[in-house]
Design a protein around this ligand. Structure first.
Ligand SMILES: NC(=O)c1ccc[n+]([C@@H]2O[C@H](COP(=O)([O-])OP(=O)(O)OC[C@H]3O[C@@H](n4cnc5c(N)ncnc54)[C@H](O)[C@@H]3O)[C@@H](O)[C@H]2O)c1
Length: 447
């Protein structure tokens, strides 16, 4: 399993100056010019090819797992005149149960022919090549996201991309490029940061920005939970197949909990603070992860935002510990607390007297992002929100870099100078991967 010539991503922070993704970027720019020149992407289908009408928006799902199923249900529950017409998953066994599940709930909106169910590592390309597809939805492990989004934009497809949108600086740059290209092409990109569309979050942030708690001095944000799944390797899986199957535990695929899960809180904070932080200093460690996992159990980061405002961040997944998913913003005149999921938001003055509160409804937020996407396509005003989500994903990466290495890391270094590229330069679905190792501060290098 171990290739002595390779270093372990989490431990040594692989640099890939001319890896696949960067050479793709060059192709991407060239293609983008030609796509833009054709003023290309059709907003929706002009032809009725599958039983809908000319206004029917046709969707494809890439990554037919848990959230993929949720996203299909969300979009079908809130949008009319849409159809799921194609599916792709690296694991062919996922496809039929996924289609059956979608059919059970939305019989009239699921029109996936057997010939449009694609499996294998290049399955997403069959979807991008399909002229019947208007919108591609990505719910694969995050490590694939930057490249897949960029290729989808090149192909003139509208995109729904789950969070996080990148797990390293190399992926961040691809996202920034794809964002610009989508604007030029007229293709939409909506991302799975549903809290930006949750009404109690929207109202709380509006009140903070309106000065209701005074000037922001500092904030805390926590995503602490009790654990995460671990999938046992099946016989005959290559190292790469196994890592993709058990993707949460491999940093090149998940980005660790801080990127995979806590990006929701970090995204909320970037939204409130008006953009990403200037620097990060952090720590963390591991006690309970399974053998072979590269994940840490917990990461704590002090982020400094412009205006010398401190964000104290914490994430943890340890069984038996107290959970907390909350964002608390301290202002000169009061405090705003926004809880995750359905637990609402509240504003109090400096004496603790409540002046405002509101309940939350996360299910509505999950659906709203899909309504906004489809409406924006139909209105000819495609939403492109990749940059903000990429910045939030990169803020998580910045915190992870600081914690893994034990160094103070600046945003400018991480986004402009860092050579960190976790995607395997020698990616081969049947190939071996180096033995996994977790990061050790003081030994893991900042690159
Ligand atoms: N917005 C949210 O609140 C939310 C909630 C849960 C998950 N997510 C995100 O959704 C994504 C998927 O998470 P999940 O829980 O559904 O994971 P999952 O493991 O249940 O599903 C992932 C699916 O992708 C497939 N896959 C893996 N690599 C692929 C590739 N290269 N091409 C095609 N298919 C591939 C897998 O076989 C699997 O079916 C993650 O990015 C996760 O962070 C977001």
């Amino acid at each position: 399993m171990r290739n002595e010539n390779q270093v372990t991503p989490a431990n040594e922070e692989v640099s890939g100056p001319d890896g696949d993704r960067r050479s793709f970027l060059k192709t991407g720019s060239a293609m983008s010019a030609s796509v833009a020149a054709l003023s290309a992407a059709p907003m929706v289908h002009a032809q009725d090819t599958a039983g809908g009408n000319s206004d029917t928006v046709r969707l494809a799902m890439v990554g037919c797992g848990g959230r993929g199923g949720g996203a299909v249900n969300d979009t079908m529950s809130i949008n009319e005149n849409i159809e799921l017409v194609a599916m792709a998953d690296v694991d062919g066994e996922k496809l039929d149960p996924f289609r059956r599940g979608a059919l059970k709930r939305h019989e009239n909106k699921v029109k996936v022919a057997d010939s449009k169910m694609h499996s294998g590592i290049d399955a997403y390309r069959r979807v991008l090549d399909d002229p019947d597809v208007d919108v591609v939805m990505f719910a694969t492990p995050p490590g694939f996201r930057p490249q897949y989004i960029a290729e989808a934009v090149d192909a003139g497809k509208h995109v729904f991309a789950e969070k996080p949108t990148c797990v390293d600086p190399a992926g961040f740059k691809i996202c920034l490029s794809a964002h610009e290209q989508a604007i030029a092409n007229g293709t939409a990109i909506v991302t799975g940061t549903q809290y930006r569309r949750q009404t109690n979050y929207v109202e709380a942030v509006k009140r903070i920005h309106g000065g209701e708690i005074g000037d922001i001095i500092a904030a805390t944000t926590r995503y602490c939970s009790t654990g995460i799944w671990n999938r046992i390797r099946k016989p005959d899986m290559s190292d790469t197949e196994y890592q993709i199957y058990n993707w949460m535990h491999f940093i090149w695929l998940s980005g660790d909990q801080i990127a995979e899960q806590a990006v929701h809180n970090i995204d909320t904070m970037n939204w409130i603070m008006g953009g990403p932080p200037e620097s990060a200093y952090g720590s963390g460690g591991r006690f309970t992860r399974p053998e072979g996992s590269e994940m840490w159990d917990n990461i704590e980061v002090d982020y400094i935002y412009p205006g010398n405002r401190l964000l104290s961040f914490m994430c943890r997944q340890i069984p038996g510990t107290a959970g907390d998913n909350s964002n608390i913003i301290y202002g000169t005149n009061g405090t705003c607390t926004i809880y995750g999921a359905n637990r609402g938001a509240v504003i109090t003055d400096r004496d603790g007297k409540e002046s405002w509160s509101m309940q939350g409804n996360i299910s509505a937020a999950y659906r709203q992002e899909h309504k906004d996407l489809i409406d924006s396509i139909r209105d000819g005003k495609p939403i492109v929100e990749l940059k903000a989500t990429a910045e939030s994903s990169m803020t998580a990466v910045l915190g992870r870099m600081a914690a893994y290495t034990g160094q103070s890391v600046k945003w400018d270094f991480a986004t402009k100078e860092s050579k960190l590229d976790l995607f395997p330069a020698d990616f081969d679905i049947k190939g071996a991967r180096p033995e996994s190792k977790h990061a050790i501060p003081g030994k893991t290098k900042l690159i």
